[in-house]
Each structure stands twice: as structure tokens, then as C-alpha cells.
Write a protein that binds this ligand. Structure first.
Ligand code: NOJ
Length: 752
């Protein structure tokens, strides 16, 4: 009897432990039971239907689509954003399909829905995950009011190449910053409970390595070795998945010859087996089919087989699954087990989103939430914190009481659509506040505002307007020239080989400078640009990314000092495109740049063969970028002193405690993004010269000093080493605390 009791107890404990482990991994027993019951009732066709994602942009009900839903051939929809239409399609799924399985409605809500926030690269420049989380919440509240419950965001592709147009959509070049920002967005979209009607499922994309497209050309191949993949490109994905991200999208690229959509190592071995991901994997748009032009699949049937075996659960717009999985199963070429798994993954997300209990949307709700004042204020704050002051000779901030006449010029000064940036399906230019509008509204009473566009649009090469702008500059006390890129020049499939300002914008700035008046250049763009000439010609240079709906208000307040810049670059700005790739956390080389190299003009004629300079750099442009990662000025200044570590020697399980004094050494209150970098000095493989490990925004009054206390678990120094194991290797490390990735003096410590 006692023995029996013991066995019973062991069984109970094991099952409790098992279910805890399962729930922690994203399995909920109740949901799994519901899935079991449902899957048992499903025909093969109905299962395949769940794996079919259709895009539909029309504003009227489409009978063919309605029939597809009715017959269980369509499981989810994207791009339907009219709540009445969403409800009608949902009603057909619930009431008229055999099993009443609800649809998921998806949309690319990338940096806001109606209220458009700065592009993600700009959001990254805030170094403020709390703000990013709130912004994502706003996007979710607005989008879900139309019935959208799934967004294809955040994009977690690390990119070290600003020629790549999609750099706009991510958080830049740094693995840690991207991880922190990605987690914040997931929290914001999904909220505390994905079943809340204002929550939408996040989709982390593009899995994986897409940002490393060769030559910065979209859709291009990547060649990322496994160690680099694991050390640099994958950590943001695992972080977001641990944060609860419900879905993952594959990427278009092939890596070392294997398209991601057919990459079983990525989608099964890593995502499922190593990371215990329990949500579903969706292909990118037609990426299953695209394995044919990739030369990886011989036809659509073969592509479906490869994608399913690799672990793609849902087909976005290739129609290959619905066309071929049935016959592949009948021929025994694929196992129905794979199909069942995929369907379970999809149904799990539908249950978690509460769609079975609550499939419909309140059709009036959007009227209350679009452009709510608190949404606009958050968007404005996000622009304030994302704008990066790149140079300033003291001209900024302008004093409204001393500036009698101000010229606003440049093709982006009053371009309401262009300042919204890429992926703004739902943003409306009529709601955009342009800089011109904001300067007039907010400062027009105190300052006489002149406006002369100079150029009609960013690519405009016609110099006629430049003369007018220069004539107007002569009548002004200061000139604000707002330049950059039209929205369409960055984003998907919009890559550039030359990162100079387009059209005659550079000439416009140079001509304005020749007027002798102070010139403040504001850049609104989707990517880092090469701005050496503009820096030379400007008294101050402010980089505002594509700032979204509230860009104008924030920029006007920054220029007049009502707000103080605090953004820092999430990506390196090169001197020229020829320097690319140039990123701060490159590996150590055997001949590092020393700073005393021989440049091209110093090479004597008929110089003999020599390893000139003996370091890794360009004869004509060195290797120093125009502006380094982490860089950004304020209207005040900050000093870092007394950096102190609690020990010099740490065990692998220890936590480093460090303190430093941060002083506001200027005359204005301001916010500094303090950054902690580490260099692992010797490893079983070569290690980066520096890696960001922590940051914090700290606001100080003039003259104020704060002693900041930080902790850093030694485990955060772990990396994938020679044996392809994630470990902390003993040895010496340098540590910096500074306001950017190039400043400060190293402090040495050791791990045993
Ligand atoms: C293709 C893009 O690569 C992806 O990011 C986007 O989410 C899908 N299209 C859906 O629009």
C-alpha cells in the first residue's frame, strides 16, 4: 500500500513538474486538450487550409475568398483593416465553415498604425525600451480596434550595411540594443495577456540573417558562419521568443546556399529544439515559391515539401501548400505528422489570442482610439528622444526672443507623406505635422517665418529654387534646411549604392551656407547617409530619421530648445559608402588601426613595395567613420569619472558591480545615454573590439553629479566559442563606461 502511495505521489509530482515545464515553454494544458479535440475532427484539407495565409486589400467582400473561408481552405488573412469586413469574414469562418475556426487578421504595423512613430531605426536611437514598449502598445490599441490581431513586427535583423533599404525597419547594427528593443516591442504588442482584445501577436522577422544581404542589396545571399549567426544575428530572436513572441517569419535570403524558408537547421533544430518555440512559423511573402528561382526547389510541389519539412507552418501567398500538400501526403512524400504539428502550432496561437472566445471586433472602437491625444503625445516624445544631434557649434538651440526672422527651407520641410517613412499602410499624411506647420504654429507669433522650399522633392536636381532660397536666407537671421530621403527611398527593395544626399540637396545646403547666415541642417531619412560635406557647411546638424506623424512639432521644439536632444546613433555613419561595412563591434585584427597611418597623399612617389601603415584601413579614408555607434550630442555636456569595479577578479557565476559618477557639466538640464562596453581580450576565437552590454538614460540638472550603480552578470560575457558552446572563457577583459562607442578609458578586470 505504502509502495503504491509512493508511486502515485511520484506520478503526480512528475505530471505537475511536466505541466509546469510545458506551460513555461508556452504549452497550456487546457489549450492543448482543445487542440487535440479539434485536430481529431479536421480533414486533411481543413488542416492544409489552416496553413494558408491570404492577403486581401479590397474594401468589399470578395465571394471567392468568402467561399475559400467557408470551405476551410483559408486559415488567416492579412491586409483587411475595415472592421465591418473583418467581422464579416470572421462570421463566415465561425458560422459557415464546418468547424468554426476563427481567422487571424494580420497587418504590417511596423512603427505605429494611424499615429505613426519614428521608423524603428529612429526608435532604437532613443535607447529607451520603456518608450518603445508604450509606442507598441499604442500601435496595438489602434490596430486591434480594426480587428487586426497580428503584426509583422518587430524586425530583428541586425544590419551593418546602410545601403540596405530595410535597415530603416530594424534597430541597427548592435545585437544587444536590438534584443532589448525587440523585447520591448513584443511586450507592447502582446501586452500582459495576448487574449486581451487590444493585444496583437508579434511576429519576429526575418529569420534569419536577412540584414547581412551581400552588398546591401535586398533579397541577396548571405554568408554567415554558424558562430557569427549565433553570436550576432540570433540573440535578438531568442530574446524576443523568451519574451513570449507568438510567431516567427522566415527570411527571403539564402545563407550559405540554403534559403531560410527551407532551412531545417534554423527552423527545427534551433527554433524548436533548442529554443522550445511553441508558436507558429510563417513564410515571408511567396518565399516558399521563391525557392524555385533560388534554384533550391525544382517546382512548387518540391518547394512545399522542402518548406514543410524545414518547419514552415504557414504559407504566405505562395498558394503552394493548398495546391500541393494534399497530393504530397497522398503520395507518401510528406508525413501527415508534419502537417498536424504545423496546424497545432497555428491553432495554439489562435487559442492564445482568445479568438475562439472573442473573434469579433467592436466596429465603433476605432473612432475613439485613432490619434488619441495621448498617442500623439507619445509619438512626439519618441521623436524628441530619437533625434540625434550630430554637430553643433553653439548655434543650437535658437533663442526665440532673439531670432527675428527664420527661413525654413528644403524639400522635406513640408512633405507630410515623406516624413512618415517606410511601411505606413495606415498612416495618413493629412494628420502629419510637418516642420513648416509646427514652426509656424508654435513659434510664428514670436518669430517671422519665411518659407522657400529650394527643391520640390528630395531627388530634385533643378537649381532654380536654390537661388530663391539663398535670396530668402539673406533676409533671415538663421536658416533651417530640412533635407533627406523621400519615404520610398528606403524600406523593402529600396537599396542604394551611393549614400550622399539625393538630387541637389547638398548644393542647396552649400549655397545657403554661402549666404553667411547660420545654417541648421535637419535630415529626415530612413538610413545613415554620408554627410561630411553637409557637416562642413552647417552650423548644426540634427538627424531625425523619418519621424512620423509628430515629427514637425518635436523638431521645432528641439531647435528652439524647449526640448534637449538625447538620441544616440544605433548604427555607424560612414564617411563614404566605400567604407561599408563599417561597424563598431568588428573583430580584433592582427594589425589594428593605430591612428598614425600613412594616408594616400603622404606616400612618396616611386615608393618601394611596403605594407604601408601596416594596419587595417583605407589609404584614402582611414577607417574612422563619420559618426560612431552610440554617438549623439546634447545642449549640455556630461563627464564620466570614478569608474570603479567592486573587484578585479570574478568567477563565472559572479555579478560585476560597478559605480561611476556622471556629471552634467553644462548649463542646461539634459539626458545622457550612458553606455557600457566590454572587450574580451583573448578568446578561443577572435572577439569583437567592443560590445555593448548595458545602457541607461540618465537625466541630470546643470552641475548635478549622480553616482550610478550598475550590475553586470559575468554570464553576460558568454559567447559561442571554438567548440560552438556558449560559455564565458576565463581571461582578461576591458570595460568602458562612456557616452559613445569610441570614448572613455578601459578598466581592466579578469574572469577565472
Ligand atoms: C514581405 C516583407 O519582407 C515582410 O517583412 C512583410 O511582413 C511581408 N511582406 C508582408 O507584407
Amino acid at each position: 500500500m505504502i509502495q503504491l502511495k509512493k508511486i502515485f505521489l511520484i506520478l503526480v509530482c512528475t505530471s505537475v513538474m511536466w505541466s509546469c515545464a510545458q506551460e513555461k515553454n508556452g504549452f497550456d494544458r487546457e489549450i492543448e486538450r482543445k487542440i487535440d479535440r479539434l485536430v481529431k475532427k479536421m480533414t486533411l484539407e481543413e488542416k492544409i487550409g489552416q496553413m494558408n495565409l491570404i492577403s486581401f486589400f479590397n474594401s468589399n467582400i470578395d465571394q471567392q475568398l468568402a467561399d475559400g473561408i467557408r470551405n476551410g481552405q483559408v486559415g488567416s488573412l492579412i491586409n483587411v483593416v475595415d472592421p465591418a469586413l473583418v467581422n464579416e469574414y470572421q462570421r463566415i469562418a465561425i458560422e459557415e465553415s464546418r468547424l468554426g475556426i476563427p481567422l487571424i487578421i494580420g497587418r504590417d504595423v511596423i512603427h505605429g498604425f494611424k499615429t505613426v512613430f519614428p521608423i524603428p531605426l529612429g526608435l532604437a536611437a532613443t535607447f529607451n525600451p520603456g518608450l518603445i514598449e508604450q509606442g507598441a502598445r499604442v500601435a496595438a490599441i489602434e490596430a486591434t480596434s480594426t480587428g487586426v490581431r497580428w503584426t509583422f513586427s518587430p524586425m530583428l535583423d541586425i544590419s551593418r550595411d546602410p545601403r540596405w533599404g530595410r535597415i530603416a525597419e530594424g534597430f541597427g547594427e548592435d545585437t544587444y540594443l536590438t534584443s532589448v528593443m525587440g523585447m520591448a516591442m513584443v511586450r507592447g504588442y502582446q501586452g500582459d495577456d495576448p487574449a486581451d482584445p487590444t493585444a496583437m501577436a508579434a511576429c519576429v522577422k526575418h529569420f534569419a540573417g536577412y540584414g547581412a544581404a551581400e552588398g546591401g542589396r535586398d533579397y541577396n545571399s548571405t554568408f554567415i558562419p554558424e558562430r557569427v549567426l549565433r553570436n550576432v544575428y540570433l540573440p535578438p530572436f531568442i530574446a524576443a521568443i523568451q519574451e513570449g513572441a507568438l510567431t516567427v517569419m522566415t527570411s527571403f535570403n539564402d545563407n550559405d546556399g540554403i534559403p531560410s524558408t527551407g532551412n531545417r537547421f534554423l527552423l527545427r533544430d534551433i527554433l524548436r529544439d533548442e529554443w522550445d518555440f511553441t508558436g507558429f512559423v510563417v513564410s515571408d511573402w511567396t518565399s516558399i515559391y521563391e525557392m524555385i528561382p533560388h534554384g533550391f526547389a525544382s517546382d512548387a510541389s518540391h518547394a512545399s515539401q522542402l518548406a514543410l519539412e524545414a518547419g514552415v507552418d504557414m504559407d504566405m501567398m505562395s498558394f503552394t501548400y493548398v495546391s500541393h500538400l494534399g497530393e504530397l501526403a497522398a503520395e507518401g512524400k510528406i508525413s501527415e505528422k508534419w502537417i498536424d504539428q504545423a496546424v497545432r502550432n497555428i491553432l495554439r496561437v489562435k487559442f492564445k489570442l482568445g479568438l475562439f472566445d472573442n473573434p469579433y471586433v467592436d466596429e465603433q472602437m476605432h473612432k475613439q482610439v485613432f490619434y488619441a491625444p495621448e498617442h500623439l503625445e507619445l509619438a512626439r516624445k519618441s521623436v524628441v528622444e530619437s533625434a540625434v544631434l550630430l554637430s553643433n557649434d553653439g548655434t543650437l538651440p535658437l533663442d526665440a526672443s532673439k531670432t527675428k526672422t527664420l527661413l525654413i527651407t528644403g524639400p522635406m520641410a513640408d512633405a507630410p507623406y515623406e516624413q512618415l517613412g517606410t511601411w505606413i499602410f495606415d498612416g495618413e499624411e493629412q494628420r502629419t505635422v510637418t516642420p513648416l506647420t509646427a514652426f509656424r504654429q508654435l513659434y510664428g507669433n514670436a518669430v517671422r517665418i519665411l518659407y522657400e522650399p529650394g527643391l520640390a522633392f528630395s531627388r530634385d536636381k533643378n537649381p532654380a529654387g536654390i537661388r530663391k532660397a539663398v535670396a530668402a536666407a539673406r533676409k533671415a537671421d538663421a536658416v533651417i534646411v530640412i533635407v533627406g530621403e523621400e519615404s520610398i527611398l528606403s524600406g523593402e527593395a529600396h537599396c542604394l549604392a551611393d549614400l550622399n544626399l539625393q538630387g541637389a540637396q547638398s548644393e542647396l545646403i552649400a549655397s545657403l551656407a554661402s549666404s553667411g547666415k547660420p545654417v541648421i541642417t535637419v535630415v529626415m531619412a530612413g538610413r545613415p547617409l554620408t554627410l561630411s560635406r553637409e557637416k562642413e557647411c552647417s552650423n548644426a546638424l540634427l538627424f531625425a530619421f523619418h519621424p512620423g506623424t509628430m515629427g514637425g512639432t518635436a523638431i521645432a521644439d528641439l531647435i528652439f530648445g524647449k526640448e534637449v536632444p538625447s538620441g544616440k546613433l544605433p548604427v555607424t555613419f560612414p564617411v563614404s559608402s566605400g567604407q561599408i561595412p563599417v561597424y563598431y563591434n568588428h573583430n580584433r585584427t592582427g594589425r589594428p588601426f593605430l591612428g598614425n597611418e600613412t594616408f594616400i597623399d603622404d606616400i612618396p612617389l616611386k615608393a618601394g613595395q611596403t605594407s604601408l601603415g601596416n594596419t587595417s584601413f583605407y589609404l584614402d579614408q582611414g577607417i574612422a567613420p563619420q559618426f560612431p555607434f552610440g554617438f549623439g550630442l546634447s545642449y549640455t555636456s556630461f563627464a564620466y569619472t570614478n569608474i570603479h569595479l567592486d573587484k578585479v577578479l570574478y568567477g563565472k557565476k559572479d555579478t560585476i558591480s560597478l559605480t561611476f559618477d556622471l556629471t552634467n557639466t553644462g548649463k542646461r538640464s539634459g539626458t545622457e545615454v550612458a553606455q557600457l562596453y566590454v572587450c574580451d581580450k583573448t578568446g578561443s576565437v577572435t572577439r569583437p573590439v567592443k560590445e555593448l552590454k548595458k545602457f541607461e538614460r540618465i537625466t541630470l540638472e546643470p552641475g548635478e553629479t549622480r553616482t550610478v550603480m550598475w550590475t553586470l552578470p559575468v554570464n553576460d560575457l558568454a559567447f559561442w566559442n571554438l567548440q560552438m558552446e556558449k560559455v564565458v572563457e576565463p581571461g582578461q577583459f576591458d570595460l568602458w563606461v562612456a557616452g559613445d562607442s569610441v570614448s572613455g578609458d578601459p578598466v581592466l578586470f579578469e574572469v577565472y
